[in-house]
Design a protein around this ligand. Structure first.
Ligand SMILES: NC(=O)c1ccc[n+]([C@@H]2O[C@H](COP(=O)([O-])OP(=O)(O)OC[C@H]3O[C@@H](n4cnc5c(N)ncnc54)[C@H](O)[C@@H]3O)[C@@H](O)[C@H]2O)c1
Length: 429
């Protein structure tokens, strides 16, 4: 049994499809007063007759209880729905257009309908977009429709899955609200405060983007497991056992590890092992397009970094970090070596510092790789960070700096091209 909300609000839910009907019924079940609006009279009648407008396990029971209690009703009259509303939630469809672009006709129409009705209103109305919309839609499409009106627009994406939608709503995996008006975003987050979830109040565009990031991540996870399963089967290996065992690692596999935007990967294992797995899959006639895409994706990411460094122009560029990651002196397949080769090739003036690279102590394949790629490395490598910072006009950060290096970089006051998210990890005062 879900607890009741501490501060009940009046909420108008626009669109009584899968998302809207579940949202309306569940918000009413935690104690809010909810009015559903749909342009389809069948859905309005159905809800008022205490029937779910489509099949979703558990939905009809909640509709029966909340309509009987007087906390949920439906109408096709926008003005009536908005009269007492604190929040209007938009749950209309955003179907694909032929070219794959998102169709915003329903969203535009419903917002224009609301705008016409709130013209004389003195109290603020919060319009929360629950439909899936691409980042920038609220700023570029929704907010202009309400220009000059007492309306705050927030994004509050929905993450439910059909078939288990009630449980997903009442036991949420994630609650995200974003808006320029933080008080409005907080109020929308508080609509769910009887549920066991800590709301993430973020920027408007982050809230819009997070929905796409989640769905893309889910799709990539499914495709990854399927490709590993198909390849395992061809190799006579039990793919379920492989993936179950992979999921036992909650430190590196099913965890936050590797899930931050940063610099390209490299080193002596990931590129080599990806090449081997794709070569073998190809020979076995198993198509692994997702696994094949990882190296080109990495190259594209490295190209972006190279372009950003070239765009610095003819300044003295200090490179902080040469190995493929921090705390190692392994240079094999380091994307930084590749970056340096490009900068030198384009005539840029560069110097490098890496706290773990001492030319006199690098041997074997590591040394060969480095001297083949950058023959005059000894002239470029600086003995300490002070020498690099004293020389450079601009610093490119290619590895997560340790505490001391990080402090030196910040204290230098030099402009930084941060390829690793070092600046976003800066502690806030
Ligand atoms: N279905 C899901 O599992 C799911 C999950 C998360 C997010 N979403 C997103 O939520 C949004 C809604 O999805 P859905 O599956 O509920 O769509 P849906 O097509 O089932 O429902 C949309 C409803 O909006 C109504 N509508 C259209 N124009 C209207 C208007 N001007 N005024 C009032 N009502 C109007 C339609 O009649 C329909 O009942 C989409 O953006 C979708 O991508 C869907």
């Amino acid at each position: 049994m879900t607890a009741r909300i501490s501060e009940p609000r009046t909420i108008a839910v626009f669109g009584l499809g899968y998302v809207g009907a579940v949202t309306a019924a569940c918000l009413a079940s935690v104690g809010h007063r909810v009015i559903g609006i749909d342009s389809d009279p069948h859905k309005v009648d159905s809800l008022n007759a205490k029937k779910a407008p489509f099949y979703e396990p558990g939905l009809e029971e909640i509709i029966q209880n909340t309509v009987s209690d007087g906390r949920l009703s439906a109408t096709s009259d926008i003005r009536a729905a908005l009269t007492d509303a604190d929040v209007a939630m938009v749950c209309v469809g955003t179907p694909s257009e032929r070219n794959g672009n998102l169709g915003l006709d329903q969203l535009r129409r419903v917002c224009e309908g609301m705008a016409a009705e709130v013209a004389g209103r003195s109290r603020q109305l919060i319009v929360a977009i629950r439909s899936t919309v691409f980042p920038g839609t609220c700023d570029d499409v929704v907010i202009p429709i309400f220009s000059g009106l007492p309306v705050a627009v927030v994004s509050n994406p929905e993450f439910l899955r059909e078939g288990v939608a009630i449980n997903d709503f009442l036991v949420p995996s994630l609650l995200v609200v974003g808006g320029h008006d933080k008080a409005a975003a907080q109020l929308v987050a508080a609509l769910y405060d009887s549920l066991d979830v800590e709301g993430c109040v973020v920027s408007l565009r982050t809230a819009e983007m997070i929905k796409y990031a989640c769905n893309a991540f889910h799709a990539v996870k499914i495709s990854f497991a399927n490709e590993i399963g198909a390849l395992s089967e061809k190799l006579g290996v039990n793919g379920n056992e492989v993936m179950d065992t992979l999921c036992r690692d909650e430190k590196l596999n099913v965890s936050k590890a590797y899930l931050k935007p940063g610099f390209a990967f490299g080193g002596s294992c990931l590129p080599k092992d990806l090449r081997a797995i794709n070569y073998r899959a190809n020979r076995l006639d198993v198509k692994t397009p997702l696994l094949c895409a990882a190296l080109p994706s990495n190259d594209a990411h490295l190209d972006r970094a190279i372009q950003a460094a070239l765009d610095l122009g003819n300044v003295k560029i200090g490179i902080a970090g040469l190995a493929f990651k921090e705390d190692t002196d392994d240079l094999r397949e380091s994307p930084v070596v590749n970056l340096v080769e490009h900068l030198i090739g384009k005539g840029r003036d560069i110097r490098i510092f890496d706290p773990h690279i001492r030319l006199e102590s690098i041997h074997g394949s590591n040394r060969n790789f480095l001297f083949n790629a950058i023959p005059h490395i000894s002239r470029l490598l600086q003995p300490d960070i002070e020498s690099l910072l004293g020389w450079a006009d601009h610093v490119v950060i290619t590895q997560k700096p340790g505490k001391e290096l990080g402090s030196a970089l910040r204290a230098s006051g030099l402009p930084l091209l941060d390829l690793v998210g070092f600046e976003s990890a800066r502690p806030t005062a």
